[in-house]
Ligand binder design. Structure first.
Ligand code: NAP
Length: 283
């Protein structure tokens, strides 16, 4: 079964849109999401465009602040500080990656925790690992929602997450653990990765290598979630970290690329923005 992230994201956004109408009636305005884009990277431009489109679709006010690659760290931090202080702004997102001369950690930390719709702020990360209320990072949250939608029971399952980045692999593993899966985190130094991966009942792949996961790395009937977004070196088309054609008949469920985790990430961003707005208004 191929799990369509596009369909599920649409449903999730419809639900957000419905709640936005209610929230607007109650609080007199809609949530406001501000996205900051530094530079001209085509992939970042396309991601930001998509986020803006989704924000408008669910009924948010959406602002994109574009700055050239030459912006200084100080200037960027000033923009963030002004947005933090602006009561009409509910969510702030800085599109990553940033140019090398800007310290990404510093920028992420500068965003007010309450407006951190990406869930990357150290305060949100710490709260996640302490099981305290927080904004969950969008991609890992999207993965859990996809598994739930596909009817995959997580509790008691053997889950393997390949990749241990702060924004995908680690938090995805933590969310699976919180749902009582037994989780193995694999990475570039993992010995005999095919064996480790093939024992997974739930396999989440987030490494950034086109078609890296081949059929021999997937156990019969595994649920396979492909987070990777790459260009196929042969065709130039978008592809995941999983060799979809080779793996799809072995997996019980699998996410496609494009149309799997990607749209869910954006839908979860909309949900996070609404939650930030509601938390502020309900205070
Ligand atoms: P990242 O920060 O580069 O991390 C990659 C991880 O993969 C690292 O932990 C690395 O291990 C591991 N890895 C690399 N080569 C490996 C190998 N040969 N065997 C086993 N593990 C290996 O990447 P990321 O930010 O997590 O992103 C991963 C992928 O997801 C990318 O394609 C990215 O574009 C995509 N992504 C998609 C979405 C979405 O919404 N769909 C969102 C975010 C990211 P070490 O730690 O040992 O170096």
């Amino acid at each position: 079964m191929i799990i369509s992230g596009t369909t599920l994201a649409k449903e999730l956004k419809q639900d957000v849109a419905r709640r936005v109408v209610e929230a607007k009636e109650k609080y007199g305005r809609e949530p406001h999401l501000v996205v900051i884009l530094v530079g001209e990277d085509p992939a970042s431009q396309s991601y930001v465009k998509g986020k803006g489109r989704d924000a408008e679709e669910v009924g948010f006010k959406s602002t994109t602040i574009r700055r050239p690659e030459t912006i200084t760290e100080e200037e960027l931090l000033t923009i963030i500080s002004d947005l933090n202080a602006d009561d009409t702004v509910d969510g702030i997102l800085v599109q990553l990656p940033l140019p090398r001369h800007i310290d990404e950690d510093k920028v992420i930390e500068a965003i007010a925790k309450e407006k951190d719709v990406d869930g990357f702020h150290p305060g949100n990360v710490a709260a996640l690992w302490q099981k305290l209320p927080c904004t969950h990072p969008c991609t890992p949250e999207g993965i859990i929602k996809l598994l739930d939608k596909a009817g995959i029971q997580i509790e008691g399952k053997k889950a393997v997450v390949i990749g241990r980045s702060n924004i995908v692999g680690l938090p995805a593993a933590k969310l699976l653990l919180d749902r009582n899966a037994t989780v193995t985190i694999a990475h570039s130094r993992t010995k005999d990765l095919p064996k480790v991966a093939s024992e997974a009942e739930i396999l989440v792949v987030a490494i950034g290598r086109p078609k890296f996961v081949t059929a021999d790395m997937v156990g019969e009937g595994a649920a396979v979630i492909d987070v990777g977004v790459n260009r196929d070196p042969e065709t130039g088309k978008l592809c995941g970290d999983v060799d979809f054609e080779a793996v799809k008949d072995k997996a019980s469920v699998i996410t496609p690329v494009p149309g799997g985790v990607g749209p869910m990430t954006r839908a979860c961003l909309m949900e996070n923005t609404l939650e930030c707005f509601l938390r502020k208004m309900e205070k």
